[in-house]
Design a protein around this ligand. Structure first.
Ligand code: PGA
Length: 231
C-alpha cells in the first residue's frame, strides 16, 4: 500500500523539517510505502525510510531554464522520485502532453520512480468521454516501466472536498488495471473519513493526498487507517 503526501505550494523548509521529524516518530511506517512531496525549496536529505520526492522538475540535467530545477539539483539531495502530469501542471501551467511525455522519458531514463497523474475534467465526465480523455493522457507513456506508479485524480475532485464516488473510481481503476500491472492510486479529496472506503476499492494500491496531508497528525491518522486496510 502506498500513501503519499503532496504539499503543493504549501509548507516551508522549516515546517517540512518539523513535519518529517514528527512523521519519523510515528511507529511502524515500514509496513507501508510513504512518500512526501514538499515544495522544491524544502528538498533535502532526510535521514528516514520515508521517500522524499519532487513535485516537478525540468527534463534536463542543468541549463538555461529560469525558475526550474533539474537532475543536478535533485541529485544533490538523492531525490529519485517525481510527480509528472499532475492536473495543476496540465491545466494551470499549461503543460502539453508532448512536454509531459518528454519529462516522463527523461526521468525514466534516469530510473526515477514516477508518480504519473491522469484525470478528467468535469466537462469531460459529463460528456461521457472519460476513457478516451484518459487514453490521451497516456500517450507516449511506458505503462510497463517498472518504477511507474499511476495516479487517477479526477480534476473536479482535487482540492474540492468532494471525492469521486466509489463506483466511478472502481470503473476507472478497472479500465487502467487492464493497461498496466503497476500500482494505481486514487487522488482527489482523500481525507480521514473517506480513505478506508477508497483503499477498499478493487485495484486501488493507495492514495495521493493533497490538502488533508498538510497536517501531519491528519496524515498519520490516514496512515493508521491504511495499515488496518488490506495490503
Ligand atoms: P487534494 O489533492 O487531496 O487536495 O484533493 C490531491 C492531489 O492533487 O494530488
Amino acid at each position: 500500500m502506498i500513501i503519499a503526501a503532496n504539499f503543493k505550494m504549501n509548507h516551508t523548509r522549516k515546517t517540512t523539517k518539523e513535519y518529517i521529524k514528527k512523521l519519523k516518530k510515528f511507529k511502524d511506517l515500514d509496513s507501508l510505502k510513504i512518500y512526501v512531496f514538499p515544495p522544491s525549496t524544502a528538498l533535502d536529505r532526510f535521514d528516514t525510510t520515508i521517500n522524499i520526492g519532487a513535485q516537478n522538475a525540468y527534463p534536463a540535467v542543468s541549463g538555461s531554464f529560469t525558475g526550474e530545477i533539474g537532475l543536478e539539483q535533485l541529485n544533490e539531495f538523492n531525490i529519485k522520485t517525481i510527480i509528472i502530469g499532475h492536473s495543476e501542471r496540465r491545466h494551470i501551467l499549461n503543460e502539453t502532453q508532448e512536454f509531459i511525455t518528454k519529462k516522463f522519458n527523461f526521468f525514466k531514463e534516469n530510473n526515477f520512480t514516477i508518480f504519473y497523474c491522469i484525470g478528467e475534467t468535469s466537462k469531460i465526465r459529463e460528456s461521457k468521454n472519460t476513457f478516451e480523455y484518459l487514453n490521451e493522457q497516456l500517450i507516449g507513456v511506458d505503462l510497463n516501466y517498472e518504477n511507474l506508479i499511476l495516479a487517477y485524480e479526477p480534476v473536479w475532485a482535487i482540492g474540492t472536498g468532494k471525492s469521486a464516488k466509489k463506483e466511478d473510481i472502481e470503473e476507472v481503476l478497472e479500465f487502467l488495471s487492464k493497461k498496466t500491472s503497476n500500482p494505481i492510486l486514487y487522488g482527489g479529496s482523500v481525507n480521514p473519513s473517506n480513505i478506508k472506503e477508497i483503499l477498499s476499492i478493487k485495484n486501488c494500491s493507495g492514495a495521493l493526498i493533497g490538502s488533508a496531508s498538510l497536517n501531519v497528525e491528519k496524515f498519520c491518522e490516514m496512515i493508521n487507517i491504511a495499515k488496518e486496510s488490506r495490503c
